[in-house]
Design a protein around this ligand. Structure first.
Ligand code: 5AD
Ligand code: SF4
Length: 459
């Protein structure tokens, strides 16, 4: 009999993308095969996000439509995981009678067993918090992973968040902070390097808080963790790893050692995505971010002093309760003063159970929308200006695949994590994972255009 086929639909952050990779491996290990698409699948797993209300509504709309998908072929199974699953739990089963199983953010390992139960007609939800290192005990990426990702991989170093920013749902969907034992991380990175992975992105909700609780309690050696900068140094030394990145850090956990690491470690990339959220000290305090704009500038300046070619990107929220026009202008000012190369910006979205959800001073939606547009206009101009400073420089591109335009144009990333597109001579066989030396010749707000240094590759 042909194996059952599965498909995954993933929303949200890189942690979710990585969790979906792990679920895929678990399903393959239990005898299923990846489907070509959802129409060809027997099992569909949705990995959900609840960071903003839009993301959450997406699930309800998806589930509504999946009634028809399920009816098309008998025996089809639908499972839901991720942050909405963690929060809503078995009430999801009550609300959608065609949903078969629900698994929380700590329960990926339960998916094959839940699938078996679903095949027996049982409907189960599993959303317990797993507080031990066992939660990191998941199968590694396989050497035959999809071609687009053959040269780069995510590696989880810590999970959960103890920061409780007043707007954020993550502490309640991802649970308490826990850091993974360093030797396990090193072993995973070394094994990935042996499979040909050359770029590793370390993942954690507050990734540079790695080890902090153990270090503070004097238990790091006993537990097997260490300060984040030390972990970076160890991973930087693993043969075969050419690019090391981490996401997302919190400004509170930049110490001298981490700043120095950016100047010293050969493979640590000149890019940091450093969420700031707001440029107003009043709003930062109301958000419980625990730093000021001045401290943010200090970190950015120190990173630039250590690594002059570093690109800093960020996340920003507009329309937080009580945000005045002056507060918002402080955000615009910060974007400029910090020289943000790019940013993701969002309208504040109240999340149930967070302390900000109870704050008064709601910003009218049209004001929030206007601020978002002004912020994005400024950022776009700044991104373009940054890209223009890069024109004339040489850089190395790790090829991800064909560009959106197609027609022999490939797309990849430079060390600063900027998208670089390159036109190639027809027949120049470059594949995902190849490295291409280019000169940057043109800038747009979204990407750079590179010209191969090797004349034989040029159109
Ligand atoms: N409303 C709007 N944006 C939010 N983010 C997190 N919570 C909210 C919220 N309630 C944004 C932050 C964070 C990014 C992942 O999502 O900017 O850094
Ligand atoms: Fe959310 Fe703040 Fe934790 Fe980031 S640090 S995940 S914004 S609570």
């Amino acid at each position: 009999m042909d194996p059952k086929r599965f498909a995954l639909r993933t929303y949200g952050c890189q942690m979710n993308v990585h969790d979906s990779e792990k679920v895929a491996t678990l399903l393959e290990d239990s005898g299923l095969a990846a489907a070509d698409g959802e129409s060809d699948a027997d099992v569909l797993v949705i990995n959900t996000c609840s960071i903003r209300d839009k993301a959450e509504h997406q699930l309800y709309s998806d589930l509504g439509k999946l009634r028809a998908w399920k009816a098309e072929k008998p025996g089809r199974i639908v499972g839901v995981g991720g942050c909405v699953a963690q929060q809503v739990g078995d009430r999801l089963l009550g609300r959608f009678d065609h949903l078969d199983f629900v698994f929380g953010t700590h329960n990926l390992r339960k998916v094959p067993a839940m699938l078996d139960q679903a095949e027996d007609g049982q409907r189960v939800a599993w959303v317990d918090e797993e507080k031990s290192q066992a939660r990191f005990d998941l199968p590694m990426r396989r050497p035959d992973a999809p071609a687009g990702r053959r040269h780069k991989a995510f590696v989880t170093v810590m999970e959960g968040c103890d920061m409780f920013c007043s707007f954020c749902i993550v502490p309640s969907t991802r649970g308490r902070e826990i850091s993974r034992v360093a030797r396990e991380i090193e072993a995973e990175v070394a094994a990935l390097a042996e499979q040909g992975i050359r770029e590793v992105t370390l993942l954690g909700q507050t990734v540079n808080a790695y080890g902090r609780h153990d270090v503070r309690r004097g238990k790091a050696a006993a537990v097997g963790t260490m300060p984040f900068a030390e972990l970076l140094a160890r991973l930087d030394a693993i043969p075969g790893i050419e690019r090391l990145r981490y996401t997302s850090p919190h400004p509170l956990f930049y110490d001298d050692a981490l700043i120095r690491a950016h100047g010293e470690l050969r493979h640590l990339c000149p890019h940091v995505h450093l969420p700031v959220q707001s440029g107003s000290n009043t709003i930062l305090e109301a958000m419980r971010r625990r730093y000021t704009r001045e401290r943010y500038f200090e970190i950015v300046d120190a990173l630039r002093a250590a690594r002059p070619d570093i690109a800093i990107t960020s996340d920003l929220i507009v329309g937080f309760p009580g945000e005045t026009e002056a507060d918002f202008e402080d955000t615009l000012g910060l974007v400029e003063r910090a020289g943000l190369v790019d940013s993701f910006s969002f309208k504040y979205s109240p999340r149930p159970g967070t302390t900000a959800a109870d704050l008064s001073g709601e910003v009218p939606p049209e004001v929030a929308q206007d601020r978002l547009e002004r912020l994005q206009t400024q950022q776009k101009a700044q991104t373009l200006a940054y890209h223009q400073t890069r024109v004339g420089q040489e850089t190395l591109v790790f090829v991800d695949g064909e560009s959106r335009r197609g027609q022999g144009q490939i797309s990849g990333r430079d060390p600063q994590h900027r998208v670089v597109n390159v036109d190639l001579r027809p027949g120049a066989a470059l594949a995902a994972g190849d490295t291409l030396a280019v000169e940057l010749v043109e800038a747009t707000p979204h990407s750079l255009l590179g010209r191969p240094l090797d004349p034989a590759l040029r159109p």
